[in-house]
Design a protein around this ligand. Structure first.
Ligand SMILES: NC(=O)C1=CN([C@@H]2O[C@H](COP(=O)(O)OP(=O)(O)OC[C@H]3O[C@@H](n4cnc5c(N)ncnc54)[C@H](O)[C@@H]3O)[C@@H](O)[C@H]2O)C=CC1
Ligand SMILES: CC(C)CC(=O)C(=O)O
Ligand SMILES: [Mg+2]
Length: 347
């Protein structure tokens, strides 16, 4: 396996070090190439994602990314010029974000018995993130800013089809479209019509609809109702931070940016950002990065290794001191040891 690694900024390199430690236990022969992209490169050279680097990234089986974003770089430069550019250039149309409350994890909700286990399929290349907009009458009192949400039938259909396939394979076979069809009439109509069309190919998947504002209520009051959620790029970004919060915190939430056609390498990363508020202090939980490695292995067909990592995380979460889970390194060491002993016992 040829893996490109982009540690990135802030806590990115900290959590990626631990994730690679764990990966080394299940795939010792993996060939990794580290790419120095992010704030320091931008400061030193002005480069965000040179074409030559993009070309090299394309030659890999997958990419593992920490996070990008730094307070010393104007907001959006790294996020758009590096992270979103990678997702767009590599056609990462399915942004897969599972959210599961693992046994033993103390979430913030009063009902601790709720079984929360959902997968958010967020569209990854369109919506309001497409970069379609601008400023008119700049620096006047009548300045206008637009950020036009782009929703193509092709783009929606491929993520909706993927979401239905995932729902079909899950025990509950339930899919919820999250949107704002009562206000965003054009995009909402297209999303609804495509969900209806694709649902005809999956008669055993039950379909629900939730406006995004109501979905935020239900994610807190009754998250167990969700199985597979399909939604656009912006709504998916927001509700997956919330889904992470109700399942034990952003430090546990993994994601995959998938090109399901497999023409380009998919990219795996924690849901969280570079967390400058805790960077350099050993406070970041690397579990999200480790679970992202599990998603990566699963995507590449190495299901047994993926399962072994997830089982080790589940064990660690069930047995760790919830008030003091340990430093970034300590959690990484524990997970690596668990994965290694699971390898020996075959469990
Ligand atoms: N995929 C990416 O590269 C992303 C990049 N960003 C960028 O990251 C920077 C910081 O963004 P924020 O909005 O603060 O979001 P953030 O996700 O970095 O942090 C939000 C909160 O969660 C905490 N947190 C994050 N990861 C954690 C972990 N592993 N363990 C424990 N606590 C953790 C942080 O300390 C902070 O209080 C910005 O530049 C933003 O644009 C934000 C989200 C995703
Ligand atoms: C910088 C953002 C586009 C990244 C983000 O918040 C996310 O993908 O969750
Ligand atoms: Mg986000």
């Amino acid at each position: 396996m040829r893996l490109a690694v982009i540690p990135g900024d802030g806590i990115g390199p900290e959590v990626i070090t631990e994730a690679l430690k764990v990966l080394g236990e299940v795939a010792p022969s993996v060939e990794t190439t580290t790419y120095d992209l992010g704030a320091s490169r931008w400061h030193a050279t002005g480069e965000l994602l040179p074409e030559s680097v993009l070309g090299e990234l394309r030659q890999h089986d997958a990419i593992l990314l920490g996070a990008v974003g730094d307070p010393t770089v104007p907001s959006g430069i790294l996020e758009r010029g590096l992270l979103l550019r990678l997702r767009f250039e590599l056609d990462h149309h399915v942004n897969l974000r599972p959210a599961r409350l693992y046994p033993g994890v103390r979430g913030p909700l009063a009902d601790t018995s709720a079984e929360i286990d959902m997968v958010v399929v967020r569209e990854g290349t369109e919506g309001p993130y497409a970069g379609n907009g601008g400023l008119l009458r700049k620096d006047t009192e009548h300045e206008i800013a637009t950020e036009v949400s782009v929703n193509t039938a092709f783009g929606i259909r491929r993520v909706v089809a993927d979401a239905f396939k995932r729902a079909q394979e899950r025990p509950r076979k339930h899919l919820t479209l999250v949107h704002k069809t009562n206000v965003l009439l054009h995009a909402g109509s297209l999303w609804s019509r495509i969900v209806e069309e694709v649902s005809l190919e999956h008669p055993d998947v039950t379909v629900a609809y939730s406006h995004v504002d109501a979905a935020t209520i239900h994610l807190v009051t009754d998250p167990a109702r969700f199985d597979v959620i399909v939604t656009d790029n912006l709504f998916g970004d927001i509700i997956t931070d919330l889904a992470a919060a109700v399942t034990g915190g952003i430090g546990l939430a993994a994601s995959g940016n998938l090109d399901i056609t497999r023409r380009n390498p998919s990219m795996f990363e924690p849901v969280h950002g570079s967390a400058p508020d805790i960077a350099g202090q050993g406070l970041a939980d690397p579990t999200a990065a480790v679970l992202s490695v599990s998603l990566l292995l699963d995507h590449l067909g190495q299901r047994e290794s993926a399962r072994r990592i997830e089982a080790s995380v589940a064990f660690d979460l069930a047995t760790r001191d919830q008030n003091n889970p340990g430093s970034t390194h300590a959690i990484g060491d524990r997970l690596a040891a668990l994965v290694s002993s699971n390898a020996r016992t075959g469990s």
